[in-house]
Design a binder for this molecule. Structure first.
Ligand SMILES: Cc1ncc(COP(=O)(O)O)c(C=O)c1O
Length: 400
């Protein structure tokens, strides 16, 4: 009665965490660093715009977005990535109700459950990864290839190192930069290589850039810059971004998808059937947020201060590495002689710290040599004093 592919999916990471900690009382007042939900205030601008456009709740939203939203997002992409004025066609920029749903739905756009020779199509993704990539592929009958990052490769998957025959079979390749959880950033050169490979082998490069505005010193290059440098075409490329992290607006469910006009058209075709659409007041508020950079700069400065707090406490400990992007720490529990799951349980039971085991963010949790099994992800989403308190507890939690 229930789709066996759905049943075969691993429980979502936060469900697994709840199962791990079920019935275990926290050893101190709980501090949650498990969920990547920004706790800085959403700019007041969002609420004002929502109220100003309150008469539009009664309307079904246009799936392709309204003119104001399209103009704001096109202008933002053009500004942020230094693109020529006409490179982005506003028709090829559409809203998503959060990028998660778009990432998931792309599975239906890009795979049909069987390859040309009856072979299942391949969807390539990083490992560790944001689990919806895996859900999107598996629910649509694709075979997944999760490519682990290595320390020498800055923890990013070496897609270019895959055999040509593998890339030839790929329907889509998901790449996340800045990466969740490692915080690594794909260089402009690597983006160019990836775009070239997508066109040579005929796969779609899906660039998940939803952490693009949270960075340490250098703005992460985006895939659109690579397209610009390669002549301006967006062929075989899709990019996703979101207000969830940039504007502390996870509850707005407001993202964007842009890129190859033929792919965006296909996506719209699906969305006519499947998408809830972004309500017009939210579209208006989103346009105002994409137009404003002041709150983004202030937000970034707050994250930088918290990464400083982490660096001051954790340098030389648990494989700490200052993440160039995003707001996660990806810590190695090997020095504690524990797996990530064991450490998670102990941090909760003895110290009231809720973190996420790395094993819940990998497509290969059962591979004994998977380094993600000995990792923890910590989301520095609370304000500075709370984060400082949590990090002090973490330092004190070293087993004796
Ligand atoms: C890597 C990555 N991509 C996409 C998303 C989805 O963000 P949203 O649906 O809030 O836009 C998240 C959220 O945590 C994420 O970590």
């Amino acid at each position: 009665m229930i789709n066996p592919r759905l049943i075969a999916l691993p429980d979502y990471p936060f469900q697994r965490l709840a199962t791990l900690l079920a019935g275990v009382a926290p050893g101190a007042d709980p501090l949650a660093l498990s969920v990547g939900e920004p706790q800085h205030p959403t700019p007041a601008l969002a609420g004002l715009e929502l109220a100003r456009h309150g008469d539009q709740w009664r309307r079904y939203p246009p799936a392709a977005g309204n003119e104001r939203w399209k103009a704001a997002v096109t202008a933002w992409l053009t500004r942020r990535y230094g693109l020529p004025a006409a490179m982005i066609d506003p028709h090829a920029v559409i809203p998503a109700s959060g990028t998660r749903e778009a990432l998931y739905m792309l599975g239906q756009v890009l795979t049909d459950g069987r390859g040309e020779a009856g072979e299942r199509p391949l969807v390539v993704m990083p490992d560790p990864l944001y689990l919806p990539y895996l859900g999107a592929a598996r629910m649509n009958g694709a075979t997944i290839l999760a490519v682990p990052g290595s320390e020498e490769g800055d923890f990013l998957p070496d897609i270019a190192g895959l055999p040509a025959a593998t890339l030839e079979r790929a329907a889509a390749v998901f790449v996340c930069s800045p990466a969740n959880p490692q915080g690594s950033i794909v260089s402009l050169e690597s983006w160019k290589t990836l775009v070239g490979l997508a066109r040579r082998h005929g796969f779609v490069l899906v660039a998940d850039e939803c952490y693009s505005e949270i960075y340490d010193d250098q703005p992460p290059p985006g895939v659109l810059e690579a397209c610009r440098d390669l002549g301006g075409s967006l062929k075989n490329v899709l990019v996703l971004n979101s207000l969830s992290k940039r504007s502390n607006g996870a509850g707005l469910r407001s993202g964007l998808i842009a890129g190859d006009p033929a792919l965006i058209d296909a996506f719209l075709r699906l969305r006519a059937y499947a998408s809830a659409g972004m309500p017009l007041p939210i579209m208006e508020a989103s346009a105002a947020l994409w137009d404003d950079e002041t709150h983004v700069e202030a937000n970034r400065a707050l994250y930088r201060e918290k990464i400083d707090l982490a660096a001051a406490r954790l340098t030389g400990m648990l494989g700490f590495r200052r993440p160039p992007g995003g707001f996660f720490l990806w810590l190695d529990t090997t020095p504690w002689g524990e797996t990530g799951e064991q450490a998670t349980l102990r941090l909760w039971r003895d110290h009231g710290l809720k973190v996420l085991p790395g094993a819940y963010m990998t497509a290969n949790p059962d591979a004994g040599d998977n380094p993600a099994r000995n990792r923890l992800r910590l989301a520095l989403v609370h304000d500075g004093p709370v984060v400082a308190r949590a990090l002090d507890r973490l330092v004190a939690a070293r087993p004796h």
